[in-house]
Design a binder for this molecule. Structure first.
Ligand code: GRF
Length: 267
């Protein structure tokens, strides 16, 4: 039997995706084990789901940490290896035209919390980090310290919309309010932007006249619970490969994008 993929998970809320992943691991649907579950808030109900399975948990209280640093930055120094210019240049969370002071304050605050997150994760030799309803953007400070090999991204996220449509925190709501006839969810690798990384898998479903935001959300979540374990399985089986693609467009323009190729498997 081959070794199981070692997975770490970060959550913010109810953790139904986490539950689906834990069940898929326990039932053998994916050759993986969850080593830890971390949350950015102590109230994350999903923590209990991990504890009841005997999985170690930790909390990095983002809200408290960010507030204390805002209140007294001098008493809450940035990590020694934080290089503001480098992080600012890499990030694509904010457009280049954004107010530089606001961007810097955001990046510094986040890196302060992210250093705690990295320290809490350090004892665990995880191979893949899954964001399962983790409602915080990650900066290049954190991402580069997890993705030590650029060619092998290893942070996955699930998003409640068919990306690149409707990034942000309310994908199903945005999809429904827009009047879309199709909704869906996306699993992708995390890059330096918001919900902008290479797409691993997607599920779509129709929105009918009888649907409401609630029914769309419920049906979407049910799709997520299948899609996320499937994508983790592909990773565990070594079937995901990123590839830089360059395409020529009319007018001499070019588009460049990193995409995920899924190698064929037994299924
Ligand atoms: C899911 O809809 C996920 O796509 C989004 O946040 C929600 C988390 O739900 N990122 P849960 O905590 O897994 O129940």
């Amino acid at each position: 039997m081959t070794a199981k993929l070692r997975v770490g998970a970060l959550i913010s809320g109810g953790g139904t995706n986490l539950q689906a992943i834990l069940d898929a691991c326990a039932g053998g649907a994916i050759p993986a084990e969850v080593l830890f579950v971390g949350a950015d808030n102590p109230q994350a109900a999903g923590l209990e789901r991990a504890r009841s399975r005997g999985i170690p948990t930790f909390v990095v209280d983002y809200r408290g940490l960010l507030a204390s640093r805002r209140h007294d930055p001098g008493a809450h120094p940035l990590p020694g290896d934080f290089a503001l210019e480098e992080i600012r240049a890499k990030q694509t969370l904010f457009p280049r035209s954004s107010d530089p002071e606001r961007v810097d304050a955001y990046l510094q605050g986040r890196a302060f919390a992210e250093a705690r997150l990295l320290a809490a994760m350090r004892p665990y030799a995880f191979e893949l980090l899954v964001l399962a309803g983790f409602m915080r953007n990650l900066t290049p400070y954190f991402i580069d310290r997890v993705n030590t090999d650029r060619a092998r991204p290893r942070i996955m996220n699930i998003h409640p919309a068919l990306l690149p449509a409707f990034p942000g925190t309310d994908g199903y709501g945005d999809t429904f309010r827009y009047g879309c006839k199709v909704a869906g969810c996306t699993v992708h690798f995390v890059d330096y932007g918001e919900d902008s990384g290479p797409i691993i898998g997607q599920r779509a479903f129709s929105i009918g006249e009888e649907d409401t935001i609630e029914t769309v959300r419920r049906r979407g979540l049910e799709q997520e619970w299948q899609l996320y374990p499937e994508c983790i399985r592909l990773f565990a089986e070594g079937r995901l490969k990123t590839e830089r693609c360059v395409h020529d467009l009319p007018g001499g323009r070019m588009v460049e994008r990193t995409v995920v190729r899924v190698r064929p498997g037994k299924d």
